[in-house]
Design a protein. Structure first.
Length: 228
């Protein structure tokens, strides 16, 4: 099993930490976020990891080198310009001649997801893209009023609105990457929307295991308290 990790973001929401180091190298406890992710993928049978790198890429390459010290093979794809979250996938597919479905995930995710089960579900469903999804409730912090013309018909205090959110973890079959324009900025939501409109099967896989995306200093502090 092979995995692509999108590690080229600027990490603007984690400044000032990311002025010095790229977001994937920020430590959670004693180890960088990306090291924890790499070791987790190895435990689930990933042998080859392709890192799409951009901002401060040289620091990531110095730290991980060829991956042997972590028990995996690490390959690098450096972007000359920002390509979004889907653009690097076509670049890597073509550069490394990938011909099988590949795990794809953002470099800021910490999860206990069973990656093998996730991958095998993609194969069983014969999907073009499998998207890791999660239930999320948004609590409206006010009383919500229902109107009937000018009359109030009901009011509900702080209702909970359920959604399914994209967890930034995917399995992508190589052929669907033909939908990604070459050398252009293209995000995963763009690819998913284009795939759906083109008639490709896009499957939603519910992630019930622990999952968090390190998006802010608050997320980082919380995960550090938990010990990563």
């Amino acid at each position: 099993m092979k995995a692509i990790i999108l590690a080229g973001g600027l990490g603007t929401r984690l400044r000032p930490l990311t002025f010095a180091v790229p977001k994937p190298l920020i430590p959670v406890g004693e180890r960088p976020i990306l090291e924890i992710l790499v070791e987790n993928l190895k435990r689930h049978g990933v042998s080859d990891i392709y890192l799409a790198v951009g901002y401060r890429a040289e620091l990531i390459q110095v730290y991980f080198q060829d991956g042997r010290q972590f028990g995996v093979n690490i390959h690098y794809s450096r972007e000359d310009k920002r390509l979004g979250t889907a653009g690097p996938l076509r670049l890597i597919r073509d550069r490394f001649e990938l011909s099988e479905p590949v795990l794809v995930m953002n470099a800021d995710i910490m999860t206990k997801l069973d990656f093998q089960e996730f991958y095998q579900t993609h194969l069983k469903e014969a999907a073009a893209i499998t998207v890791g999804i999660r239930e999320y409730e948004h609590v409206v912090p006010y009383g919500v009023v229902q109107m009937d013309g000018g009359r109030i018909s009901a009011i509900e205090e702080r209702p909970r609105l359920p959604f399914h959110i994209n967890c930034g973890i995917y399995v992508v079959s190589p052929d669907v990457l033909d939908l990604v324009p070459k050398d252009e900025f293209f995000d995963m939501p763009d690819l998913i929307g284009t795939a759906v409109r083109s008639g490709h099967k896009v499957f939603g896989y519910p992630i019930r295991e622990e999952w968090v995306a390190i998006e802010s200093l608050g997320d980082l502090t919380e995960e550090t308290k938990k010990g990563g």
